[in-house]
Design a protein around this ligand. Structure first.
Ligand SMILES: [Zn+2]
Length: 312
């Protein structure tokens, strides 16, 4: 299952953000929520892999696209069968979940008794459904489109007010899929053709945040003791000053962090600042070894960090 660009960004950010940064805790909490979301999607995937579909099918996980009005959609999973299309919104929440239908308010009470309200997941997923119905109408495909909110945490309790709503525990999903097959017995479309339509508009959304390099911790992590900035560069090798581990390619992860958090272009100066190298010559030698593509001349010279980077 592919992580979103935003997930990758937040993952690098929580490793690199300075501990003193006033938003460090906020970023950490946001990343915990993203991790929980991904864990929920993985559980959904496992449940669907275990289910015997009555027809051929395709599932697109973490489906991202932009609608013709320029607004984005991020769908946890999209199930395409010849009988119906089902849009999943996965919630990995603990505690007791409550719903007030009159005001469409969605909130939970944690096991510690703390009450928190959340954006109503039904509105979110219904918005996806309207978009997909519109898209299919344009291509003259008539097929039922449904949505479901799946609670991936089996210990979460659902209030009775949810009874009439499209929400269920993950363990009830097979029963729900069976009921959809019974409700829609007719074969309406070619699964492959519709999947091709969706993948043609699929895109990877950029991270929803930006960060200034000055707010990040610099240096190279030691893979052994995990201490950041503990590695210093000496005679062509990185050495950890705490555990004495030596590493040739410790630099690669740091450069990936730079590419993810700041961008793919790095100057000799930024390279030295970010990695904690004092010598310009050592930096130039390293850049040569990394075989990074160089652009521009003189002071405006910069190097391109590729997605996959190898140290020779
Ligand atoms: Zn170490």
């Amino acid at each position: 299952m592919q992580k979103s660009e935003h997930y990758v960004f937040m993952e690098a950010l929580v490793r690199r953000i300075s501990e003193q940064d006033e938003e460090a805790l906020k970023f950490q909490e946001e990343f915990y929520r993203l991790q929980a979301g991904l864990a929920g999607e993985r559980k959904l995937k496992a449940t669907l892999e275990d289910y015997y579909f009555r027809s051929d099918f395709e599932i697109l996980y973490n489906f991202e696209c932009t609608n013709p009005r320029g607004f984005t959609h991020q769908i946890d999973a999209l199930l395409i069968t010849p009988h119906f299309i089902l849009i999943f919104e996965v919630k990995q929440m603990s505690g007791s979940l409550y719903y007030k239908p009159a005001v469409q308010e969605f909130y939970r009470v944690t096991d510690q008794g703390v009450e928190e309200s959340f954006p109503n997941p039904f509105d979110q997923v219904y918005r996806h459904q309207l978009f997909i119905e519109q898209l299919l109408r344009q291509t003259a495909v008539a097929i039922p489109v449904r949505h479901i909110v799946v609670i991936a945490n089996y210990r979460a309790k659902l209030d009775n007010a949810f009874e009439a709503m499209p929400i269920l525990h993950l363990s009830s999903l097979p029963k729900f899929l069976e009921s959809l097959y019974e409700q829609y017995p007719d074969t309406m479309l070619n699964t492959r053709q519709i999947t091709a339509l969706f993948t043609s508009i699929q895109q990877r959304h950029p991270p929803r945040r930006r960060i200034e390099a000055s707010r990040l911790k610099t240096g190279v992590f030691c893979k052994h003791c995990e201490a950041l900035g503990s590695m210093f560069f000496y005679h062509g090798t990185w050495h950890c000053k705490y555990c004495q581990t030596k590493s040739i390619d410790g630099i690669l992860e740091a450069l990936q962090h730079y590419r993810i958090l700041i961008g793919p272009h790095i100057s000799n100066r930024a390279f030295r600042d970010f990695l904690g190298i004092t010598s310009r010559h050592a930096a130039t030698r390293l850049l040569l070894k990394l075989n990074l593509e160089a652009m521009g001349h003189g002071k405006s010279r910069y190097y391109v960090i590729p997605e996959l980077i190898v140290y020779e």
